[in-house]
Design a protein around this ligand. Structure first.
Ligand code: NGF
Length: 288
């Protein structure tokens, strides 16, 4: 399960319905053009927290059907409805997903015992592996080194997707858990995370920028830091423009420029204004 995983965009039509044809095209673009090692399905980038259980299952099904065994698949099943997480964990495991992931439970202020219970309940309900999805800036949930150690006591919990800028903690984790999988979650910090020895990365921008991410990651692993830094600079010029214009909407517009029917975002995310669509087209022409 090492390597670069795209946090998969999902195509929705103007009414917010899943556009299966568009989703299949996005998957193909990632596998055939971006050449990533795997897909991270139903994460933040898939707009997962705005869709129903049935829609989550439909997306898991379509992705597996399109990919077959071409690349690795991780199913994000986290939800503050633990019963839903378990149902999705069973569903994705039966479909053949190679690993599960679950965001830390959010909104309510769950204490650590509750968080630990949540992970153990999900992963002990299936014959599969769990990657913790830690994204404190969105969930408000911070897990300490000692708490990660406690979660990792369950051998089925094999790693963490670390979407945070705390590189002191990341370094401590690398040293403390040499056998656990650490994935970088912020694409704009990929080089720094790679230097610290992560096992891979999971990112939204890989939907279009997978090839540059690969170069950064491989150059860093070969110790060619100056070359890697140049590509990270170029990548971050792109990411800065992307974030300013609207992350997921702009990724979809760039994919459309590449002939991929990437659709729209699910409400309450809004559509891009005409001016921002023009900016997205300029970003696509500049970087891709
Ligand atoms: O989109 C977010 C959060 N983070 C992603 C990634 O960590 C999300 C990151 O690639 C993800 O993996 C998922 O879909 O679950 C950023 O978009 C990127 O670094 C730009 O900041 O907002």
């Amino acid at each position: 399960m090492k390597g670069l995983f795209t946090a998969l965009i999902v195509s929705y039509d103007k009414d917010g319905e899943i556009n299966e044809k568009g989703l299949r095209e996005i998957i193909r673009y990632n596998v055939d053009v971006c050449k990533v090692d795997g897909l991270y399905v139903n994460g933040s980038t898939g707009e997962n927290f705005m869709i129903s259980t049935e829609e989550k299952k439909q997306i898991f099904r379509i992705v597996k059907d399109e990919v077959k065994d071409q690349v690795e698949l991780i199913a994000q099943v986290g939800s503050i409805n633990l019963k839903e997480s378990i149902e999705l964990a069973k569903y994705a495991t039966d479909l053949g997903y190679g690993a599960l992931s679950a965001v830390t439970p959010f909104y309510y202020k769950f204490d650590f015992e509750e968080i630990k219970h949540y992970y153990n309940e999900i992963i002990n309900s299936v014959d599969n592996k769990m990657i913790i999805y830690s994204i404190p800036f969105l969930t408000g949930v911070n897990i300490s080194l000692e708490q990660f150690a406690e979660l990792f006591e369950n051998e089925k919990i094999i790693g963490v997707k670390f979407t945070a800028g705390d590189f002191y903690l990341l370094e401590r984790m690398r040293k403390t858990f040499p056998d656990k999988l650490l994935y970088a979650g912020f694409d704009e910090m990929l080089l720094s995370a790679a230097v610290l020895g992560v096992d891979g990365a999971i990112g939204s921008t890989f939907n279009v920028n997978g090839q540059r991410a690969r170069e950064i990651y491989e150059l860093a692993n070969k110790g060619e830091i100056a070359k890697a830094r140049e590509i990270q600079h170029e990548t971050n010029d792109f990411i800065t423009e992307l974030l300013n214009n609207g992350l997921y909407q702009t990724l979809k517009e760039i994919l459309k420029e590449k002939g991929v029917d990437a659709g729209y975002c699910r409400q309450p995310m809004k559509e891009l204004s005409e001016e921002k669509v023009d900016t997205a087209k300029r970003i696509a022409a500049t970087y891709f």
